[in-house]
Design a protein around this ligand. Structure first.
Ligand code: HEC
Length: 457
């Protein structure tokens, strides 16, 4: 009896535990930089056959994971993780180390067009506007209707063009490639500004030149190039300045004295760099209110504080110089156990809306069109990229926050269904309104742009 039991225990341990643990450990600690499917994000792919730091032997991988590559932005995981965990991760990221769903690319989403699973309020329809927009991130729509799209790992900037104006894009043109996670795009005075991790570049007269691999000028080259939260959105403000964030280079840390955890603005030529707002962990979305012209932005709350805390934020900065709490206070109400050090949440500007824990709000847009029913006018849509380290996934949708002045009235789900159980078909990144009042949603998981229209009467 005793023997049988211990055999049973042994066989359970051998079959079930290591694989499950490594996949979970990977999602919790590595996916944010190396990608949910090891495909690479801000850090290189671990799924391809290129290894930069020696051969992928167990000993070498264990060493890299344990010690990190401090000068390259790869953190060391000893002592956060124990020896067995690090060994399991080394086996997991090694070639042939993964069996089952995590290793497979999202082929299922491609089999059908994935639209049937999406739900919207009555009267709205959703269609695929463009495919093949690999790792699509921020969008900017020009006066002539061309949609410029930044990307993450693809390193490209695209022009998505609907030549015959039938509401479906005909071409996805690569404007530039080989850039460093050029997620941010914005238009100002006919030029396309692109924010990479470490610099801002500019393509002049873009609507005329996008198809002929246009040259660019470097506007600002000395932005911090940290890999952790180093990607930067960019948005031209109503004051003619460019707004750019510098995220905190950590999960939580106090780098207030440095350039980090703030929003800056500068003149279009790169001069006049100044701080605009502080206390922001990592914002990946800006929008200016169509009437008040104030800056609204999302902020992603810290990890490792539990599945249900703290909440991610939707904020507004009616004036320069405000502080939104990080790293002392999270979600407007949670004093940081390590960094608050006597400071209270009451000292800082609270969020307008608490969007939920780990939902990862990225881009946002005020609805300025007339196609949707009038109650949508000037309300704000928020793209929730979705959690990467919560026991049960959350987010993966587009929310609608209705406002009265600068107060939240309700937050409801507008587009749902990208997440079904643990299966993910899309991850919303940014939102844009086109001249005809349709809503575009970019998705870096499927490499798509969706288009939402109102057809109900
Ligand atoms: C904060 C971002 C970040 C996190 C989190 C992170 N890494 Fe990395 N990792 C990097 C970067 C950046 C590099 C590449 C450095 C360079 O440029 O050579 C790297 C490199 C590596 C390499 C070497 C790849 C090669 O080609 O030789 C391995 C292996 C690796 N990471 C495994 C892991 C594992 C396992 C985890 C989770 C326990 C993890 N990393 C978490 C940023 C990260």
């Amino acid at each position: 009896m005793k023997l049988a039991l211990s055999l049973l225990a042994l066989s359970t341990a051998v079959h079930a535990a290591p694989a499950v643990d490594a996949a979970r450990l990977y999602q919790n600690h590595c996916a944010q930089c190396h990608g949910v499917q090891l495909e690479g994000a801000t850090a290189p792919s671990l799924a391809d056959s290129q290894w930069v730091h020696g051969q992928p032997t167990p000993a070498n991988l264990t060493n890299i994971i344990a010690k990190g590559l401090p000068d390259k932005g790869m953190p060391g995981w000893s002592p956060t993780l124990d020896k067995a965990q690090i060994a399991a991760l080394a086996a997991y990221v090694a070639p042939g180390g993964r069996k089952g769903p995590a290793a497979k690319p999202a082929a299922a989403a491609k089999a059908d067009d994935g639209l049937a699973r999406l739900t919207l309020p009555k009267g709205f329809s959703i269609a695929v506007y463009a495919e093949g927009v690999t790792t699509a991130r921020s969008m900017a729509v020009s006066d002539s209707g061309i949609v410029y799209v930044g990307s993450r790992k693809a390193g490209k900037v695209y022009a998505v063009v609907d030549d015959n104006k039938d509401g479906k894009a005909d071409r996805v043109v690569t404007i530039a490639e080989g850039l460093n996670n050029p997620i941010g795009v914005t238009l100002l005075n006919g030029a396309l500004y692109v924010a990479e991790i470490g610099r801002v570049i500019r393509f002049d007269g873009i609507d005329k030149s996008y198809a002929s691999k246009p040259a660019y000028k470097v506007v600002k080259a000395d932005l911090p190039d940290d890999k952790w939260h180093g990607e930067k959105v960019i948005k031209a403000g109503p004051d003619g300045k460019l707004y750019i964030p510098v995220g905190s280079p950590c999960n939580t840390c106090n780098k207030e004295a440095d350039v980090y955890s703030k929003i800056y603005r500068m003149n279009p030529d790169g001069s006049g760099w100044e701080m605009f707002a502080g206390g922001i962990r990592n914002t990946v979305g800006f929008a200016f209110h169509p009437q008040t012209k104030q800056l609204w932005f999302t902020d992603n709350g810290p990890d490792e504080m539990g599945d249900n805390t703290p909440s991610c934020e939707l904020n507004v900065a009616p004036k320069a110089g405000m502080h939104f709490g990080f790293p002392y206070c999270h979600g407007g109400v949670i004093a940081d156990p390590k960094f608050a050090a006597g400071r209270t949440c009451a000292e800082f500007t609270p969020p307008v809306a608490k969007l939920g824990p780990h939902v990862a709000p990225l881009g946002l847009a005020f609805y300025t069109g007339t196609q949707f029913p009038s109650q949508y006018r000037n309300q704000v849509f928020v793209a929730e990229h979705g959690s990467w380290n919560r026991t049960q996934k959350i987010g993966y949708k587009v929310s609608l926050v209705t406002l009265q002045g600068n107060q939240e009235v309700t937050t409801t789900t507008f587009i749902d269904g990208f997440l079904q159980g643990d299966d993910v078909s899309g991850r919303p990144v940014d939102i844009a309104v086109t001249a005809d009042g349709a809503l575009l949603v970019s998705d870096d998981h499927a490499g798509r742009i969706y288009r939402v229209t109102y057809t109900g009467k």
